[in-house]
Design a protein around this ligand. Structure first.
Ligand code: SF4
Ligand code: SF4
Length: 424
């Protein structure tokens, strides 16, 4: 990575502690990613983005701010990036996926908080992530209890706007979410000094839909019997989608898909014939959490789909692109976003339908139901998920884990035994 110390210092970061993170990340990335054989050439772009993760994109965001632009940090796939981009601002995902940040979060949060929340709070309070320093405003949501309380702590250090996400999906809830997006529009307009117009919102909807289309195209390629790309690589791309420039990301992902389509035509697979096809479902895997994909794909399996926020929940279904007033377009946004099935909703049977549908579409041999430790929402919903899969005759393994490596050996044993069982 080029030398960004001056930039990090100007951001008020704890550069010394951050250096420790910079030392371990390339090693982890090399072990998990660069050790793979026959990777598509198009992965070079994403390798570069990760190698420069705390340099190139942060520098672009700072450049945008120097020109008077604003940056909004988000933590959930319900927050509509379209509104932010429509006001000439930039939205960037901030979810923390590294154990490195967890102890910082534990200084202010109960230990039995999920690692994603602890890492996100730690990254801000310990000043060890440029993205968390750059964002002018954080956008929280009322999804789970841990997050709701975390916003209050973060709000003492950085401006936070919290969107009140309904927890049911009746007509009035979709309307309430549309109203919440209207409020968000005002907040964004005030913060940026720019208007969200019918034209700018329409362009932003197309911009983000195009990103969804590219991801959907990429995922479709995993439905092939011969897999042209590993699950690990797709996970990396999904994670990068949260913070990369959307237009560039779309272009590079479509370019990669061209290459992968050629691979499919040529019958190229990155896995030996007969490798068991695994779908992961559950809590999100924020960057750089590559633990489970790595375990599955070094234990005789291939991850072919993620029913996760770092997966299908992020890109499935487009926002209606019909031109109209800002209000009408906001209604379309609310409809699309309220179609996401997170365990924070009740009832949430549509998620079970999604899982069964995806298992069929991606021809999976087995499903791993993943729960981040202390996420009681997904943990509890696991009851319905695992029962439905068993009833459908699809083998399922439920696991709970965190960001540490302490359970890796034990998980490898369980995952290997599960894949072995699929082979028998
Ligand atoms: S799991 Fe739920 S709360 Fe977490 S990012 Fe996804 S939608 Fe948001
Ligand atoms: S994984 Fe669960 S506990 Fe953690 S932020 Fe998401 S919904 Fe909340």
């Amino acid at each position: 990575m080029a030398d960004y110390h001056k930039m990090w210092e100007e951001l008020g970061m704890d550069v010394e502690t951050h250096d420790q993170l910079c030392e371990v990340l390339p090693q982890a990335f090399g072990d998990v990613y660069l050790s793979q054989e026959n990777r598509p050439e198009g992965m070079d772009y994403y390798n570069f983005v990760v190698a420069e993760i705390h340099g190139v994109r942060p520098a672009e965001l700072i450049e945008h701010q120097k020109k008077g632009g604003k940056v909004f940090g988000t933590f959930c796939v319900y927050v509509p990036d379209e509104v932010v981009f429509a006001a000439d601002a930039i939205a960037t995902g901030l979810c923390g996926g590294s154990q490195f940040w967890v102890p910082g979060g534990e200084k202010v949060l109960p230990t039995n908080t999920c690692p994603l929340i602890k890492a996100s709070v730690g990254a801000r309070l310990d000043r060890t992530c440029p993205f968390f320093r750059i964002a002018d405003m954080y956008v929280g949501e009322t999804t789970c209890d841990g997050k709701k309380k975390a916003w209050e702590i973060l709000a003492e250090d950085v401006p936070v706007h919290v969107m009140d996400l309904p927890q049911m999906k009746r007509k009035k809830d979709v309307k309430a979410w549309a109203d919440e997006i209207r409020t968000f529009r005002k907040v964004v307009e005030e913060m940026t000094g720019n208007q969200v117009t019918a034209e700018s919102l329409h362009s932003a909807i197309v911009l983000i839909n195009n990103k969804r289309r590219a991801l959907s195209r990429l995922y479709d390629l995993r439905k092939n019997e011969k897999l042209p790309i590993s699950g690990k690589d797709v996970l990396l791309i999904s994670q990068i989608a949260f913070y990369d420039d959307p237009a560039r990301f779309t272009e590079m992902t479509n370019k990669l898909c061209d290459e992968l389509e050629q691979r499919v035509k040529d019958g190229v697979s990155v896995f030996p014939a007969g490798t068991k096809r695994i779908m992961l479902t559950g809590t999100p895997l924020a960057i750089p959490n590559w633990k489970l994909h790595n375990l599955v794909e070094t234990s005789g399996g291939a991850v072919v789909c993620e029913e996760m926020c770092t997966g299908t929940r992020y890109f499935e279904r487009l926002v209606d692109e019909a031109e109209g007033t800002v209000d009408e377009q906001i209604d379309h946004l609310a409809e699309r976003y309220m179609g996401i099935n997170c365990a924070c909703f009740t009832p949430n049977s549509a998620r079970i339908d999604d899982i069964l549908r995806l298992a069929k579409e991606y021809k999976v041999d087995g499903v791993i139901d993943v729960n981040l430790k202390f996420c009681s929402l997904y943990d509890t919903e696991g009851y319905h998920v695992e029962r439905a899969l068993k009833e459908a005759g699809i083998p399922v393994l439920g696991i709970e884990t965190d960001y540490t490596d302490s359970d890796s050996q034990q998980l490898r044993t369980r995952i290997s035994a599960f894949i072995e069982m699929l082979n028998s």
